[in-house]
Design a protein around this ligand. Structure first.
Ligand SMILES: Cc1ncc(COP(=O)(O)O)c(C=O)c1O
Length: 430
């Protein structure tokens, strides 16, 4: 067992001052019945806790770190930006440069706005879609996560109802009455909801490749078919690519699936590890945003020069210097998958590009209901086993691991061996 004396001590203090001792719930490790590790530094593919334990990290800050931790060019760009100030509350050149690159790589974003988080991006995109269409209702998919926005913290209600229930306290029913819930990969259900709410639906928001119920893959041209439904019913299709943007491919899921949404939301990678988000879409929609239109959007730190500089450095590296990066990280993730599956039965691994989830179930989950049937006890046991051997996976069955260009072949071999060992030992009681 690893010594985590210092982490335990700090966690005790943290519990006094922060709910659950954390600033975001998944970090508490409560789902896997472990104590969180407090990190003192990170470098390349590794993070080190305050007890000097080093882990091969696959959380990758939940997505932004496509080059791993502390990429020199990204750090230098941020440091250099700091010499010119921390924030201006005024326009600067780099935000225009970043918008131009994003728009080129993700053609759905003809015009865009930078925000400080993915949550702000999705919230603003939905407002823009409602403002543009003059309609109120939206459809979201069970298990897709779009940030902690009141009207999106909704899961399926009981029985056949498509009206959801808030899964957080503190959300008035009025706030969620316009959010309709559908199952991912269930086209006929989406069609039915659209038919039952004719001319009332402003937008369908979806993670085109969901990564927040573990990694779930779209089946049978599901996303392409959703595109058609939106076209036929004047519904704004919003892709939430906060995770998949610049991750599923250089042009995100939009490029990977060859489906162009009307609006897209991104974040994570475009800030190189700094707080950022962006929403954008067709000019005719985006030209409704204030000050040229009536849909309000603003942000004190939107387009922050340090975050934008780190983002620019990241996208420039992806564009110009890492031609084989996507092949490389995909290969490593698929090796991890193949290595594990060649030795272990009774699990299922979904992988796309550098994203991967090991599900403790026999069949590949295709929606949230399937994921809920996984053996969470086994996942927890697996997580604790590998953590103790120096492998940091996200602490929940509902998350995705991220392979970065910093992971070496040796890291992948070591990770495969430890995972296989853990999985073969799962039948041993705690
Ligand atoms: C798909 C998706 N959308 C939106 C968000 C919210 O982004 P943020 O945490 O930056 O607010 C997340 C966060 O993980 C996400 O995965």
């Amino acid at each position: 067992m690893k010594n985590i004396k210092n982490s335990k001590k700090v966690f005790k203090q943290a519990l006094k001052y922060m709910p659950g001792g954390v600033n975001s719930p998944v970090r508490s490790f409560s789902a896997v019945k472990e104590d969180p590790r407090f990190i003192k530094r990170s470098f390349g593919a590794y993070i080190e806790d305050i007890d000097n334990n080093i882990y091969i990290d696959y959380i990758s800050s939940f997505g932004p770190l496509i080059f791993g931790h502390g990429k020199k060019e990204v750090i230098n760009a941020a440091k250099k930006a700091l010499d010119f100030g921390t924030t201006y509350g005024a326009c600067h050149m780099k935000e225009v440069k970043l918008a131009k690159i994003i728009s080129k790589l993700m053609p759905s974003m003809e015009m865009l706005r930078l925000t400080s988080s993915g949550t702000e991006a999705t919230m603003s995109a939905i407002r823009a879609a409602r403002g543009f269409t003059g309609k109120d209702k939206i459809i979201k998919f069970e298990g897709c996560y779009h940030g902690h926005i009141d009207h999106l913290l909704v899961s399926a209600g009981s029985g056949a109802s498509t009206f959801g229930e808030a899964f957080s306290k503190g959300i008035p029913n009025d706030f969620i009455k316009n959010t309709l819930i559908a199952n991912f990969n269930d086209l006929s259900q989406v069609k039915k909801i659209v038919d039952n709410n004719k001319d009332e639906i402003a937008a369908i928001i979806m993670e085109p490749i969901p990564a927040n119920m573990g990694l779930v893959l779209p089946k049978n041209n599901f996303v392409q078919e959703i595109r058609k439904i939106c076209d036929e019913n004047q519904i704004v299709l919003i892709f939430d690519e906060v995770i998949t943007g610049f991750r599923a491919s250089l042009g995100g899921a939009e490029q990977y699936l060859k489906v162009k949404p009307d609006m897209s939301c991104i974040g994570k990678i475009i800030g190189g590890g700094f707080p950022i988000g962006a929403f954008g879409g067709k000019k005719e929609i985006m030209q409704n945003i204030s000050p040229i239109g009536g849909v309000y959007h603003a942000g004190t730190l939107s387009g922050n020069p340090v975050a934008v500089s780190a983002g620019l450095a990241t996208l420039n590296l992806l564009l110009h210097e890492n031609r084989f990066l996507y092949e490389d990280i995909e290969l490593k993730a698929s090796k991890l998958k193949e290595n594990i599956l060649s030795e272990v039965k009774g699990i299922c691994i979904n992988q796309l590009g550098s994203m991967l989830t090991i599900f403790f179930t026999d069949n590949s989950p295709k929606n949230f209901d399937d994921v809920k049937k996984c053996n969470f006890k086994k996942f927890g046991k697996f997580f604790r086993f590998i953590l103790n051997k120096g492998i940091m996976f996200p602490p929940s069955q509902f998350e995705t691991i991220f392979v970065s260009s910093a992971h070496t072949e040796e890291d992948i071999i070591k990770t495969s061996e430890i995972c296989i060992n853990a999985l073969k030992n799962l039948e041993i009681p705690n």
